[in-house]
Ligand binder design. Structure first.
Ligand SMILES: Cc1cc2nc3c(=O)[nH]c(=O)nc-3n(C[C@H](O)[C@H](O)[C@H](O)COP(=O)(O)OP(=O)(O)OC[C@H]3O[C@@H](n4cnc5c(N)ncnc54)[C@H](O)[C@@H]3O)c2cc1C
Length: 412
């Protein structure tokens, strides 16, 4: 049995940022990682994926992107390389290939069991990721057996799908990107759309994320927003990071021939049913986007950027021409595969400390759980809107390390 002051579970950006801050504070710790550093960026992403955050936005405590292309978007091997270099920069004490099988105990200390031995520790930081396990709606079970079903963590490229049409369910970042590349491969794509966040890639000559960063949107704190539960349910940004900085929204997809339908709500045999809510969702997304662009324009005027940038760009609402069908027949239409781009959930089968709520989520206040010495980091909007992003987890890590250090001092 090995002993340490803190065990961090997971060596993605969240676990590494935490490790960097613990190292800075002189707190003895280990980072347990079932795979390798940045494992999910290596093995759970598709081939063509690039970050949707620009390179300059890859900022972690004591480390940042310093390459020649600050406005570009990293491919996955580059992300893994970036995080590997980060780990090396402070000699992060990562134990690779150690899967955590159980976390037991409480305030008096924890026992962390892995497939490579056990640790005794006074504190534990769970950094196993917000995007842990793909959500697959119950209707998946009603689909015929010969329809191939794929989740984004397993999808690699269109060539792995059978020939024929593809139904992509979900129109956030993942759904629109996969719909676009599958369609480009020559397979007719139907995209089931529900709540989404429409954004242009570039507005008035600046990356949309530059604007959100400059306006402090990502810094918004969880305890300051009107309804944090609602904010935590917000869909991911409908964006893609491509060298041409193209916008990938529903009008763009429709223009290329992707068929848009409402939310997928049921299935029976070969038939799949959709809500009659496409217009409602696109109008809602447009309303939010128009409001955001207006905020940007006000910000630009107030900060004197107007002169530099030229006039505000007119907003182009998505004009939906015809009612979308609410039912399709997969066989009749030659649709042979379904991609579930329906978000992620988190599962903690190894967590034997009673901190999970009825939905299986960890109960916490800004990452501090009700079990003294047990923390979580990297959840969506955990302390700030940016908490689950490469650029955002660092501030949370600094604050959680301060909390953890105080806890260790008091408990000593
Ligand atoms: C498709 C996609 C694209 C994204 N694009 C961006 C982007 O452009 N920019 C951005 O800032 N964010 C992006 N994100 C969001 C976020 O940055 C990623 O989800 C990122 O992986 C989160 O990092 P993390 O360290 O919190 O968790 P993860 O990267 O999920 O790391 C968790 C680690 O824990 C390990 N682990 C899990 N269970 C165990 C166990 N039992 N024992 C030991 N180890 C375990 C895993 O192997 C993994 O390495 C994207 C997310 C997705 C899904």
């Amino acid at each position: 049995m090995r002993r340490t002051e803190a065990v961090v579970i997971g060596a993605g950006q969240a676990g590494l940022a935490m490790s960097r801050c613990l190292t800075q504070s002189g707190i003895d710790h280990v980072v347990l990682e079932r795979g390798r550093v940045a494992e999910r960026w290596r093995s759970e992403r598709w081939d063509s994926l690039r970050l949707l955050t620009p390179n300059w936005q890859s900022r972690l405590p004591g480390f940042r992107y310093q390459g020649p292309d600050p406005d570009g978007y990293m491919r996955m091997p580059e992300v893994a390389g970036f995080l590997e270099r980060y780990a090396r920069s402070f000699a992060a004490p990562v134990e690779d290939g150690a899967t955590v099988l159980a976390v037991e105990g409480g305030g008096a200390g924890y026992r962390v069991t892995t497939d490579r031995g056990a640790w005794e520790t006074r504190s534990v930081v769970i950094a196993t990721g917000h995007c842990d396990t793909p959500v697959v709606p119950a209707i998946a079970r009603q689909l015929p057996d010969d329809v191939v079903q794929v989740v984004p963590t397993r999808y690699r490229n269109p060539q792995e799908l059978p020939e024929g049409g593809v139904l992509v369910v979900g129109a956030s970042a993942t759904g629109v990107q996969l719909a676009d590349e599958i369609h480009a491969s020559g397979r007719p794509v139907t995209l089931a759309v529900s709540r989404h966040t429409r954004l242009p890639r570039v507005y008035r000559g600046r990356d949309i994320l530059w604007w959100l960063d400059a306006m402090g949107v990502f810094d918004e704190k969880a305890d300051e927003v009107f309804d944090i539960a609602a904010s935590r349910q917000q869909p991911s940004l409908q964006l893609v990071g491509r060298p041409d900085r193209a916008t990938l929204d529903l009008p763009a997809l429709e223009g290329r021939g992707v068929r848009l339908l409402g939310r997928a709500v049921g299935a029976e045999g070969d038939r799949v049913f959709f809500a009659d809510d496409l217009v409602a969702h696109t109008v809602a997304a447009d309303t939010r986007l128009a409001r955001l662009l207006q905020r940007i324009d006000i910000f630009a005027a107030r900060t004197g950027l107007d002169a530099e940038l030229g006039a505000p760009e007119p907003f182009q609402p998505f004009l939906w021409p015809a009612a979308a069908p609410t039912e399709i027949d997969l066989r009749a239409e030659g649709i042979r595969s379904v991609v579930w781009a329906t978000g992620f959930r988190r599962v903690y089968p190894w967590l034997q400390v009673p901190v999970l709520d009825a939905r299986g989520e960890i109960r916490h206040e800004g990452g501090v759980t009700p079990s003294p010495g047990l923390y979580v980091i990297g959840l969506y909007f955990q302390r700030r809107r940016k908490s689950s992003f490469i650029d955002g987890v660092g501030d949370d890590a600094i604050e959680l390390t301060a909390h953890l250090a105080t806890y260790l001092r008091r408990a000593a």
